[in-house]
Design a protein. Structure first.
Ligand SMILES: O=C([O-])CC(=O)C(=O)O
Length: 206
């Protein structure tokens, strides 16, 4: 894992989101299958037509170790973009995580794999495999434009996308935000008088 990705992984998504004014987070309906999942990596983008996951298979074949598969399936929640077999292949090919604006199936078996999946939930129906769809193109996933190679970070609070061109700037802002949050917590924790002053300041009419 390169140093930039490692540094992003050390931060909570909330701080990264704050550094981007909350404007580049995926729809909050896209959640981790387990609370402890936390990933960071480069996006390998996938666009599929509703109900067909051929391009997901194509992406698994193209992936580099550490990639995050980010799938735009137009928010469809009827057909699964992957089950335990497809997710198992992602794990074997050293993909780091799957993020999809749709659903998966074989929930229990996927949880047993301990592979980070972030989705809108589960279904029973599988996808067709007609061979259409694209990889490595700009997509829209969960309301956010994702370009191949963008940084994508997910944890229990959600998923945030950092465009490649502003990675360094956002990393610094997110680190600064964490320091500020820590200083604020220290200033107010266990100090009712300070809290009253803070509330008065924040609610004063100008
Ligand atoms: O093959 C599929 O598309 C979905 C599936 O059932 C699996 O991955 O196990």
């Amino acid at each position: 894992m390169d140093s930039l990705i490692q540094q992003f992984k050390a931060l909570p998504t909330t701080a990264i989101s704050d550094a981007m004014d909350g404007l580049n987070n995926l729809d909050s309906a896209i959640k981790p299958l387990k609370d402890e999942y936390h990933f960071a990596g480069r996006a390998l983008t996938v666009q599929v037509p509703v109900g067909d996951n051929s391009a997901v298979l194509k992406a698994i074949g193209e992936a580099q170790a550490g990639d995050i598969l980010v799938v735009d399936c137009k928010g469809d929640t009827y057909r699964a973009i992957a089950g335990d077999f497809v997710v198992g292949m992602m794990q074997t090919m050293e993909i780091e995580a799957l993020v999809v604006d749709g659903v998966i199936r074989d929930l229990a078996a996927i949880k047993d794999l301990n592979f980070p999946v972030f989705s809108k939930g589960t279904t029973v129906a599988s996808s067709g495999k007609a061979g259409v769809g694209e990889t490595n193109i700009p997509i829209s996933c969960g309301g956010v434009t994702v370009y191949p190679g963008d940084l994508i970070i997910g944890d229990v609070d959600g998923v945030v996308v950092v465009p490649q061109a502003i990675c360094e700037e956002i990393l610094k802002k997110a680190k600064d935000k964490i320091v500020k949050d820590e200083q604020r917590a220290e200033k107010y924790a266990g100090k009712p008088d300070e809290i009253r002053k803070y509330i008065a300041m924040m609610t004063a009419k100008s």
